[in-house]
Design a protein around this ligand. Structure first.
Ligand SMILES: Cc1ncc(COP(=O)(O)O)c(C=O)c1O
Length: 384
């Protein structure tokens, strides 16, 4: 009765980890959660207040499919602050980046068209492509190149059926960014092939050091995916946006009208406050707190003998080589949870490439919990 595509959709291991962690908690154990890919902070108070006011004011009806104009203007102003001019019409508000991925897959892929993605990478990317009959083609990316592709990787993977590429910067699960010169070269190659280049910037703002703030500052040809989920701490509100070239606006609008009618109305009104000074101060403080946690976890894991081949400059993940423990990453995760009550995500969730070597640690928990996790890891390593 059910569609064949379901055979290709793998369950998230992290969900099993979460379920097991829940059982252990129910049995009275204190579990440290380093598996969750969402900020532990709740949404900043000014946004929550704006959402409350919106609901009280009856902002509960449909909006335009592409989102309310003031929010599109705020996002355009946000890009202007980053030194990039984007007209609000090119900004389409979506139901999270997931809604954006649905729209872009439907916009860009015919059945049988190939789309290049990375392995390791965000696992759902494959499913969005497959839903419209597209064929995801994972490219292996390794620590040698910071877990990001070079233009030569794109060229080698490109076939007559390839229509484009989807990359994330910073990426999940590695936290690494595509180097600006690589981004430029890849954009140039893809344009020459008449292909598309989707850049997932959902971790925009959660970055460290001298890095570009948006790929649009390097190429205006990009299709950009973004979200209020991560930097703006609004995962459960289900709100995001995409930036598309002008010639795509009409088609995306039609798709958005049919597939979603509109993104959540109260969430859109709440998000109008996300760029205000008081909210931005909170987001920046949280981003700096993530930096401090990254530092603590990174140094702590190295001191315990773990290898972290690339020190990431964004997101809230460390992709950690656990091979020195003699366990596969899945065994490592199971035993660490069952015996020491620390939850992390095995590489298996992010692809096939060296997945039994790597584990994703998400520092989406307090500094005290990170310290507790490091203590428990030290005990585990001594005992195993
Ligand atoms: C790289 C990447 N893209 C997209 C998403 C989807 O996010 P959302 O739909 O919450 O905006 C996630 C979520 O973790 C992600 O890590």
């Amino acid at each position: 009765m059910f569609a064949q595509r379901l055979d290709k959709i793998a369950p998230f291991r992290v969900m099993e980890v979460l379920a097991r962690a829940g059982e252990l908690e129910a049995a009275g154990h204190e579990v440290v959660h380093l598996e969750v890919g969402e900020p532990d902070f709740s949404t900043a108070a000014p946004i929550v207040e704006a959402g409350r006011v919106a609901l009280a004011d009856g902002k509960t009806k449909y909006t335009a499919a592409t989102g309310i104009i003031p929010l599109r203007e705020k996002i355009a102003a946000h890009y202007a602050e980053l030194g990039v001019e984007v007209c609000p019409e090119r900004i389409i508000i979506t139901s999270g980046a997931s809604g954006g991925l649905t729209l872009l897959s439907a916009l860009l892929l015919n059945p049988g068209d190939e789309i290049l993605i990375t392995d390791p990478g965000y696992p759902c990317n494959e499913v969005f492509a497959q839903l419209v009959g597209g064929v995801p083609r994972p490219m292996i990316v390794t620590a040698n190149n910071g877990f990001q592709p070079k233009v030569t990787d794109i060229r080698d993977a490109w076939t007559a059926r390839t229509k484009g590429v989807l990359l994330a910067s910073p990426a999940n699960p590695t936290g690494t960014m595509l180097h600006s010169s690589d981004l430029q070269e890849i954009a140039g190659y893809v344009a020459n092939q008449d292909g598309f280049f989707v850049l997932d910037e959902i971790y925009q703002g959660l970055v460290r050091g001298e890095v570009y703030r948006t790929g649009l500052s390097i190429s205006q040809e990009l299709f950009i995916l973004n979200s209020f989920s991560k930097y703006f701490g609004m995962t459960g509100w289900r709100l995001g946006w995409i930036v598309v070239p002008e010639q795509a606006i009409e088609y995306v609008t039609r798709l958005a009208q049919n597939l979603f009618i509109c993104p959540s109305t109260p969430a859109q009104y709440a998000a109008l406050s996300a760029f205000d000074l008081d909210s931005m101060q909170i987001h920046e403080e949280r981003a700096r707190e993530f930096d401090a946690r990254c530092e603590r976890l990174y140094e702590g894991l190295l001191a315990l003998g773990f290898q972290i081949p690339v020190r990431p400059n964004g997101a809230f993940y460390l992709y950690v080589d656990v091979s020195h423990t003699g366990l596969t990453s899945t065994e490592f995760c199971q035993r660490l949870l069952d015996e020491y009550f620390v939850a992390v995500t095995p590489g298996e969730d992010f692809g096939a490439n060296e997945n039994d070597r790597y584990v994703r640690f998400a520092y989406t928990t307090s500094m005290a919990s990170i310290d507790l996790a490091l203590d428990r890891l030290a005990q585990a390593l001594q005992a195993w």
